[in-house]
Design a protein around this ligand. Structure first.
Ligand SMILES: Cc1cc2nc3c(=O)[nH]c(=O)nc-3n(C[C@H](O)[C@H](O)[C@H](O)COP(=O)(O)OP(=O)(O)OC[C@H]3O[C@@H](n4cnc5c(N)ncnc54)[C@H](O)[C@@H]3O)c2cc1C
Length: 406
């Protein structure tokens, strides 16, 4: 089913599908079991041109669209979620922020690292600042031609393997005056003072390290601070806007895992026999298949639409409402689809010898990372109502609530 794709997009999808089946699938179980970042796959992705494909041609990329990236991510996720996340982070994560707001030297540095096989890390979350990211305490203080950064982040994807880090911090000038939240680019092993801490013991996605990062008088040259267009006082809003790209990528990984699980279930429904006939002949399972496919198609269309919204009317990022709705729907439906696909296999589905249990562990993450499903609903509802809702940091009780309270 083509869902409005162009011949070039269909050709790219076919190439990604073949790569996923031939190169990625045979490695997926070992990546999970050994909990090792798959450097061999990174190299193969680079050779196939899937790393940094959305970068401008002038910087060595292919000027590919976000829809192109979505098509590749889905195919990778059918075989291996970790591989799919690498494609996200080298095309739509911190790299999008640098490409949108960075200076020429910042863009050059980021593009070079990504094309060499680096998966940049985005460093926002702190132990006491999760959904309430504005509560972050990491500080960057200007001293001469540098910023000195101190603080601690946790649950950072790629901790210990990423080289480029986009660090969100409260920025202070030389007089100690706070200017707002900004982004600073640091390269592990080049900028002194960036230490990798504890690795999280994750439920799934185990080939991708999640961990703590400690900034201990980390020195960042002043020219590596990213200046968002509305200035530092509104810097956080601009930087988070860039996160819409990552949300479309994360939603696509979830949708791709679900598509892979559904492929397995469909095949099994045709071949596994009980009561003298293929189990796919039982209406109870047929209706499950139909529901799974319906949710998958809806999620896919929402993700395509969100990806296509980038660039429409000259926009740099996907539309925030479309990206949030697509991530909510895709991540929640994917958990259900994978869970139902596992059910098709009976006891076998519960075995570590089949990929279903890995898919069930992997897919669970996507209603949490990159903005939880609850926080994204608040974003959607806030925009619908045109209010800053009370459950946001600078929100207020809207008039109907104030009236009710009086
Ligand atoms: C695998 C993984 C990878 C990650 N990678 C990164 C990364 O690379 N970089 C990074 O910076 N962070 C990363 N994160 C962190 C992620 O962004 C946070 O976990 C997320 O923002 C939620 O923060 P929290 O875990 O502190 O939960 P909390 O904010 O403590 O939330 C706890 C619960 O309360 C709910 N909640 C909180 N506030 C509200 C509200 N106002 N209204 C309704 N419900 C609310 C949440 O939805 C959640 O269910 C990652 C997380 C995971 C699991």
């Amino acid at each position: 089913m083509e869902l409005g794709l162009s011949p070039d997009e269909i050709a790219l999808q076919a190439r990604a599908r073949a790569f996923s089946k031939d190169v990625v699938r045979p490695r997926a179980a070992a990546i999970d079991r050994d909990e090792q970042y798959p450097w061999d796959i990174v190299q193969a992705l680079g050779q196939a041109g899937f790393l940094g494909m959305t970068l401008p041609k002038a910087l060595g990329g292919k000027d590919a669209s976000f829809l192109d990236a979505v098509l590749v991510i889905e195919e990778m996720a059918k075989s291996c979620s970790v591989t799919a996340r690498i494609v996200v982070e080298t095309n739509m994560g911190a790299i999008s922020t640098v490409m949108a707001y960075g200076s020429a030297p910042q863009k050059k540095l980021a593009a070079r690292l990504v094309l060499e096989g680096d998966k940049p890390a985005i460093c926002i979350t702190e132990p006491d600042a999760g959904s309430d990211a504005l509560a972050m305490t990491t500080r960057a203080v200007k001293r001469g031609d540098k910023y000195i950064v101190n603080g601690k982040k946790h649950w950072i994807t790629g901790a210990g393997v990423s080289r480029l880090h986009l660090i969100f911090a409260r920025v202070f000038d030389e007089r100690g005056q706070e200017l707002g939240i900004g982004g600073l680019l640091a390269v592990r092993d080049e900028n002194k003072g960036l230490r990798v801490g504890r690795r999280e013991q994750t439920m799934g996605l185990r080939g991708m390290p999640e961990g703590e990062l400690l900034f201990e008088d980390l020195e960042v040259p002043a020219e590596m601070a990213i200046m968002p267009p509305s200035g530092l006082s509104r810097g956080f809003a601009d930087l988070m806007n860039a996160y819409n790209s990552q949300r479309v990528g994360a939603g696509t990984v979830a949708m791709g895992i679900a598509a892979g699980a559904l492929d397995h279930a469909l095949e099994w429904a045709k071949t596994r026999e009980q009561f003298g006939r293929p189990i796919g002949e039982f209406q109870g399972l047929q209706w499950m298949l139909a529901d799974m496919q319906t949710q998958l198609t809806a999620a896919r269309l929402m993700l395509y639409q969100a990806a296509r919204s980038r660039g429409a009317d000259g926009s740099t990022f996907p539309d925030p409402m479309l990206a949030a709705q697509a991530k909510i729907f895709a991540s929640e439906s994917a958990i259900k689809i994978v869970n139902d696909a596992l059910q098709f296999f009976g006891a076998r589905g519960y075995s570590r010898e089949l990929p279903l249990e890995r898919m069930a562990r992997d897919v669970r993450m996507f209603t949490i990372g990159g903005g939880t499903a609850q926080v994204l609903r608040t974003l959607v509802a806030g925009k619908m109502l045109g209010w800053k809702l009370p459950q946001t940091r600078d929100g207020y009780a809207p008039k109907p609530m104030r009236d009710a309270a009086e």
